[in-house]
Design a protein around this ligand. Sequence first.
Ligand code: SF4
Length: 387
Amino acid sequence: MTSPEIPETGITEGGTEGAFRDVLSKDHAKRGKPPVHFADMTDEERIAKATDLGLPKFRVKQLANHYYGHFDVNAAEFTDFPAAKREEAAAAFFPRLITEVTRQVADNGTTIKTLWRLFDGSLIESVLMRYPTRTTLCISSQVGCGMGCPFCATGQLGLTRNMSAGEILEQVRVAAKMMRDGEVAGGPGRLSNIVFMGMGEPMGNYRSVLSAVRQISALPPEGFGISARNITVSTVGVVSGIRKLAAEGLPVRLAVSLHAPSDELRDELVPMNKRFNTTAVLDAAHDYWLASKRRVSIEYALMRGINDQAEHARLLAKRLNHYGDDWAHVNPIPLNPIEGSKWTASKPEDEARFLEILHSAGITATLRDTRGQDIDGACGQLAAKER
Ligand code: SF4
């Protein structure tokens, strides 16, 4: 297992040259691959598997309806299936990929943070947040994260492995089912938004993330029918991934974790900056806006005395305004400090001044609400504790 003291990073040897490559931990190969799930299969693979089980092709469509339309994976729910085949079909197509370990509830039952165990014992987490007009699920796409940001709990875990599309999607299915069945305070409702802001760097697991995005947004029976406009893919600034995503032509929102307005400071806070610097990241983010016409979110974790001073806000405003008006929205996030770290949350007056400077420079910015502050809000903390 990756040593927590020396997290692996995604920095390619050779500094700023060469391709982006995620560095996977050495025991990755030993862990093997997660069981193949319905969501990991192509149509042809599903039909081939059904044929192996002695099931005709139309049964695959029924299974898709169960999974994407009704969030069912249990044999007992496949009432339109021959009784003798239900168990076999459920086991073959819907192996259990995520198992709840703990659940923490906050904000009067409207925030639910779940720690999941995967087939190999890996731990990941997702957070469901219900608001008056929408319900958002924050999901993980990798076990741990290889980007090594020193202020982040997940970064301290290092990267264990990529998650499969099935593992990513199962977080969505379970949350959508909970909402439908009224298991979240506020009664039955609909999961409406997905953000890839849990554990991991989504661009480091591009194929599975994109497959998950397509299956989240397609209409049933191809997907869960959550509009691509309501999906946000975040990145620490992997420029090659941003450009690839822009070329897909999907109306998903991009969120870039900038955290610092200059290379000097960002080199320290976000090691990936040595590979893709602030100019490369902002150029790519602006190009994403041009291609998608979706305003880019700039995420900025405010850290006391480090990146939250007036000079930082002024430089951030200048750098964003360099590209024109109204293409980006800044989300300053009060840092939820990890235990024993030197990185702590900004003073409220510094937060207020930071926002004020951005606003007076014509930049839209809202302090991101920190749902679940009382239940270990920063990503990775729950998994870090469990270990
Ligand atoms: S802040 Fe994001 S990119 Fe950086 S280590 Fe944490 S999860 Fe990874």
